[in-house]
Ligand binder design. Structure first.
Ligand SMILES: Nc1ncnc2c1ncn2[C@@H]1O[C@H](COP(=O)(O)OP(=O)(O)O)[C@@H](O)[C@H]1O
Ligand SMILES: [Mg+2]
Length: 383
């Protein structure tokens, strides 16, 4: 396919330099009969893998376990694609105490911001008066993502008012120059209409297409990758494929980061939508299968450990209650434990000590005060 069929180039001037910015054609993408035929098998496989993941979620006592952990896992990985480095335990401990352990505090803050943005968005989608999938909703997410040290100069919650570029040191030598800023609002409006209009294309392909289109529009100064990947999770819910954010697709996109970027570029250059769809479906199958296995492993670990806890001679009611809370709070501190148990500090402390003795909890670091503990075997399955 020629350039003319994927969009058009518009000349724009940035810092005295004239560059060609790309304005994509609206969705849906153009696919041949052969393209569509070749996609049927992987679509079927991806749907099955997602169905398995959904039922794995239903088999456990509390879906919250997985949602809590999987959202943080996705947060970590999607931020890693952007370049931040943190551990899951440090993110969870930061949420408890405001301390980041050995990870850089700005990194941990960014990961936590993503969690806040994702939680906010899913609340909106599931509440009757909440926002639907829309640029408004994404702006609100962006606002939450861009809080704190690194984000504050990135126009949180606002569509950009200047030219951006991807790769390279200036627009003139960039890998990709997204649309001029004054095209962005219209392009997003058209994308939003596409999302809310019926279409013959299978929802999984529509999701992959919407993500690529969003990245090509590149509406924000920064955070486009993370908001665009959040959009994938939101659309899975919007089209009722997966209600809860259980698919941490970023694990795959991180692992194949250069191919991921190349695919996005190649859609623009050569209209290779079908290749991108194959790549996306393969990732969906791989991660849904992995997440299902992770879910079973977590479930098994909790069941095994439960046996250990309840068969201990010195076990107390509070100990069992604390243990049952661990899957949802795999990193805990004294204030959280007293809150979970609604009991005094000595009772909480006794419960923690018992779980330490049984090898279920371990202390993070060696702080004298405000100690933090983790359910390490559980976290290890997630990392
Ligand atoms: N050639 C490309 N064409 C379109 N989008 C791209 C291309 N290469 C990378 N991207 C997208 O741009 C994102 C990076 O943009 P950025 O605004 O820095 O987002 P974030 O800060 O969340 O990483 C990548 O994660 C990817 O999704
Ligand atoms: Mg960035």
């Amino acid at each position: 396919m020629s350039e003319a069929t994927t969009g058009k180039y518009v000349e724009t001037t940035v810092a005295g330099e004239t560059v060609r910015a790309f304005v994509p054609n609206p969705l849906p993408p153009k696919l041949t009969k052969e393209d569509l035929a070749s996609l049927q098998e992987p679509i079927g496989a991806a749907e099955t893998a997602l169905e398995r993941l959904r039922s794995a979620g239903e088999m456990i006592p509390s879906m919250d376990w997985f949602v809590y952990s999987f959202v943080r896992k996705e947060a970590l990985l999607t931020s890693e694609i952007e370049g931040t480095q943190a551990t899951l335990a440090d993110v969870m401990s930061y949420e408890q105490t405001g301390q980041s352990g050995s990870s850089d505090i700005a990194d941990v803050e960014e990961v936590t911001n993503y969690v806040r943005a994702a939680n906010y968005a899913f609340e909106q989608l599931s509440s009757e008066k909440g926002l639907p999938v829309s640029s408004r909703l994404l702006d609100e997410c962006h606002h939450r993502l861009m809080q704190g040290v690194r984000g504050k100069n990135k126009q949180p919650g606002e569509i950009r008012r200047s030219q951006v570029w991807v790769g390279g040191t200036r627009p003139g030598n960039a890998v990709f120059v997204p649309p001029p800023w004054d095209h962005v609002r219209d392009l997003l409006g058209v994308l939003e209409t596409y999302i809310h209009t019926d279409d013959d294309l299978q929802p999984l392909l529509r999701i992959a297409a919407a993500h690529a289109q969003f990245e090509t529009i590149h509406p924000y100064l920064d955070g486009n990758g993370r908001i665009g990947r959040l959009l994938i999770a939101l659309l899975l819910a919007h089209w009722q494929i997966l209600d809860a954010p259980l698919l941490y697709l970023s694990v795959y996109l991180k692992e194949h980061q250069s191919e991921y970027y190349d695919q996005l570029g190649s859609i623009r250059k050569s209209g290779t939508w079908a290749d991108w769809f194959h790549f996306f479906l393969e990732g969906t199958i791989e991660v849904a299968t992995l997440a299902t296995a992770t879910a079973s492993a977590l479930n098994r670990q909790v069941n095994d450990d439960r046996k250990i806890v309840i068969s201990a001679e010195s076990v107390t009611v509070s100990t069992i209650q604390l243990f049952e809370a661990l899957p949802k709070h795999p990193v805990i501190s004294m204030p959280l434990v007293t809150r979970i148990l609604s009991r005094s500090k000595p009772t909480a402390s006794k419960a923690i000590d018992l779980l330490i003795k049984q090898g279920i909890l371990t202390e993070i670091g060696d702080r004298k005060r405000d100690r933090i503990y983790k359910y390490d075997k559980y976290l290890q399955i997630l990392e």
